[in-house]
Design a protein around this ligand. Structure first.
Ligand SMILES: [Zn+2]
Length: 285
């Protein structure tokens, strides 16, 4: 399958990997080079779900796609990533900036065990053997790795989360809980909707204008006719991370758009509500 890759830059950001079991997923080269760190972003390829959910739907809440199929997809994903099937801990996303520190006692939550939390868009851990997971279909995944303190974080940042600076909230929580210094953090901004595909109305522009500096607003929005704009969530998240103290050289931004690649990735803008979800994963081995 051909992938539409947007504007090349000097960093080789994402690699499409094909596991022996047929699962295809993206991996950040910037994270791959650290031994003991596992990262991935699923595609639609290699699962068992059918129809509009085909084939690697990783959300249990996208009915009527059946639960057994999604469980099988998790099994295949675990095998592809090289993590244990019972190691997943999943977010419970509601477009908030709530973050939860998770540990061994949370293992399986969202897959084989009921989640005993709600409204959690970011997960952090410093424990090994836990695979953090969060869901996507246009919104932006944020990956964090503190090389010194050996702490990882994974977050969901749609326009609401980005507007409320989820990236900065994650750095803040890593600092509060584990003493993270933003300068030691590698941050990756994953596949999501690109600026050309993402038209928003004036209310979104106005919300951002409350929280972002004038010059930043000018660089993340492009006017698009009367009362409409094109929003770059990638650029906005980069701005937030830099402001939070992450070094520009340690920020790696995807150049793969979910809406530009509907055969490979699920896109809410393209497919609406009847579709599957991709997932982002991050684990310390
Ligand atoms: Zn696009």
């Amino acid at each position: 399958m051909s992938i539409k890759i947007l504007k090349k830059n000097d960093k080789n950001i994402l690699k499409l990997k094909k596991a022996r079991n047929g699962v295809e997923y993206f991996s950040f080269e910037a994270l791959e080079k650290y031994e003991g760190l596992i990262n991935g972003f699923s595609t639609r390829i290699g699962g068992v779900s059918e129809g509009p959910y085909a084939s690697m739907n990783l959300s249990f809440s996208r009915e009527p796609d059946n639960k057994e199929g999604v469980l099988e997809n998790y099994k295949r994903m675990a095998e592809a990533l090289g993590v244990k099937e019972d190691s997943f801990v999943l977010s419970y996303q509601e477009h908030s900036t709530n973050v939860r520190v998770v540990g061994k006692s949370d293992m399986g939550k969202g897959v084989s065990v009921e989640r005993d939390y709600r409204n959690i868009d970011g997960l952090i851990t410093n424990e090994r053997g836990i695979t953090l997971g969060a869901f996507f279909a246009d919104c932006i995944p944020l990956y964090f790795y503190d090389r010194k303190k050996q702490v990882i974080g994974l977050a969901h940042s749609g326009w609401r989360g980005t507007c409320k600076k989820m990236g900065a909230v994650m750095i803040d929580e890593m600092t509060k809980n584990f003493g993270t210094d933003a300068k030691d953090v590698i941050a990756c901004i994953g596949p999501g909707i690109c600026q050309d595909c993402y038209q928003v109305s004036e209310d979104v522009y106005e919300e951002f204008s409350k929280n972002f500096k004038r010059e930043d607003i000018d660089s993340i929005f492009r006017e698009d006719g009367k009362d409409h704009f094109r929003l770059s969530l990638w650029k906005a998240n980069e701005t937030v991370l830099k402001e939070a103290g992450v070094l520009p050289d340690n920020i790696f931004t995807s150049n793969i758009c979910t809406a530009c690649n509907p055969d490979l990735l699920y896109s809410h803008r393209i497919m609406g509500d009847v579709r599957g979800n991709m997932a982002a994963f991050l684990a310390l081995k």
